[in-house]
Design a protein around this ligand. Sequence first.
Ligand SMILES: Nc1ncnc2c1ncn2[C@@H]1O[C@H](COP(=O)(O)OP(=O)(O)OP(=O)(O)O)[C@@H](O)[C@H]1O
Length: 234
Amino acid sequence: MTAYLECRALRFRYEEMMMRFDLEIERGSCVAVIGPSGAGKSTLLALIGGFEHADDGCVLVEGRDITAVPAAQRPVTTLFQDNNLFAHLTASQNVGLGLHPGLRLSDAQRRDVGQALEQVGLEEFGNRRPAQLSGGERQRVAIARCLVRRRPILLLDEPFGALGPAMRLEMLDLVDALRRQHGLTVLMVTHDPADAARIADRTAFVAEGEVVLSDATTSVLQSDLPVIRDYLGR
Ligand SMILES: Nc1ncnc2c1ncn2[C@@H]1O[C@H](COP(=O)(O)OP(=O)(O)OP(=O)(O)O)[C@@H](O)[C@H]1O
């Protein structure tokens, strides 16, 4: 496997907790990140996204060291569980923020916003404010905002935890379809192994600040490692 995204001896200390991540991800794959609460899953994503800064080690994309690159300039965009939409702005404006913080958009950029809303099935909803949208629709707006940024790596941190089962499956399938369509490399933190089984070809299991196993999702979910068996309740 040629690593497209690599975390190499990436160290981060938070109070008493020492984390050290090694991970290699293939271009265009979807990797689920699972593991116990407090294991460091969100921290791993934050280090890749540039929201936390490593004490040592590096993040490489296509062999280029991006460890010192500011978050906004990384080839990465992140979708959080709390979609961070602005209540006073419409869906289109919230998506437009992915392109320009002051919403000064060119005609081409406005078309991009329209296209992104179309891709998430919200072409008719551009003028609605978040309060006029369901939880799933709000997450779709947040996905559209990620899409307009045209970053090749999409990080999802428990994106659909607050949604009901049917909506959750729909959103997972949407992420999968967008990944294929745009050739995105996706890293998704989830608490539900079924999410991993549904759309992730590979899974990284994180425990106590380390990736203890990164392999095909079926192999990880069937692993006999005690920490994984305990987590899965097997
Ligand atoms: N900025 C921060 N503020 C507070 N705690 C932090 C911060 N960064 C890291 N930590 C600590 O680091 C550890 C790992 O946290 P992290 O959120 O990455 O775990 P997680 O695996 O995503 O957990 P969960 O599944 O509960 O979301 C925890 O002990 C957490 O308290």
